[in-house]
Design a protein around this ligand. Sequence first.
Ligand code: ACO
Length: 370
Amino acid sequence: MSFSLKMMNNNKSQSNRIQSVKMESAKMKSANTGYYGQKLYRKHLHLYINEKSQRNNMKQKTSILALASYLPDKKITNQDLEKILDTSNEWIVKRTGIANRHIMTDQDTVTSMAISNCAPLIEIAAKEKRAITSVIVATSTSLTMPSIACQVCNHYDIDNAFAFDVNAACSGFIYALNLANDRIKNHQEDCILVIGVDAMSQIIDWKDRSTAVLFGDGSGAVLLNRSDRSGLVAIKCGSSANGSEMLKTESKNGQSQLTMQGKEVFKYAVEKLFQAASNLLSEHHIDVESIDWIVPHQANIRILQQLMKKLCIPEHKLILTLKNHANTSAASIPLALDSATKSGKIKRGDRLLFLAFGAGFTWGAAILDY
Ligand code: ACO
């Protein structure tokens, strides 16, 4: 029996049980059967309230209602980079798996990428008559005031939302998802917009071949809702107390630019991603074989190959977009997710494992039944 069918049947039998308890309770109330009868009535009422709260809890899964993404029109290939840097297509492909990246034009800004990205999701929310109550934007390349989240609200006339930006570098999308999940579970919110957007081209030193070849710009977003069928099964984020010097921005010639100890970052990434995934799976007693697709942060194909080997997951379960998108930081997971659902690779009901690692160091892992 499929997972969603099982859930539907469970709900049905639960609502039948609640219905019969309700009827019995009503009967007892009208019979006015004295002290023992009242006690029995209270017992049934208690059972009813328990069942009702259980049913409400089941309705509290954070589910993905819709997805969207945006990439700037301008593309830079490895061959284009060969013209401005002492590098080669062969070196970049072999060491990273990257062939192309999209870069903002003069018309784009981090905010405009986020706004363009959201248009189809705002339409869906309006069509379904759902009020968006939170807008959470993951980004580490925007220093705007007001936040991008508030600018998205202004643009689409979303009033009264809990709206703010979060900076957890490349792990930002999973951090934002974690916060949205808390809002859905603890504040009973029903419709939340989560956006991952970054313009790494703004903080790259285009003369540094060791970093310039790795990154791209883009944006991806998800519209989340509360569901009793499928959704987030487990999520955990964390950070390290000793990694902040290895990957960071520094002020150079009046500009904020990225510096990185590539080899060290590589080793930490493999280890921390492995720990994040294996801890989440074991803490929630989830068999790794139940995972249909890994949707990882897209940093380097060699990081991901080593990770799959350590987790004993076959590489064909990896969703990969880094060849054409490169590393788009907080945007890379929603971009990969949108691309794989549009191509038909990821289907409704599939179990997904999101994994991210970034500057901080930060990391995050999430398991979601799509
Ligand atoms: N083209 C040609 N040669 C290059 C380039 C380039 N673009 N970059 C570096 N080299 C040279 C180096 O100068 C060095 O030359 P040398 O042997 O003469 O000194 C040689 O290639 C090897 O350099 P290494 O730094 O040892 O290369 P390595 O195999 O470690 O690959 C890389 C470098 C791709 C950056 C790798 O370390 C890496 O991917 N690290 C992970 C970093 C990452 O993904 N960061 C993203 C942000 S964090 C995150 O998202 C996970």
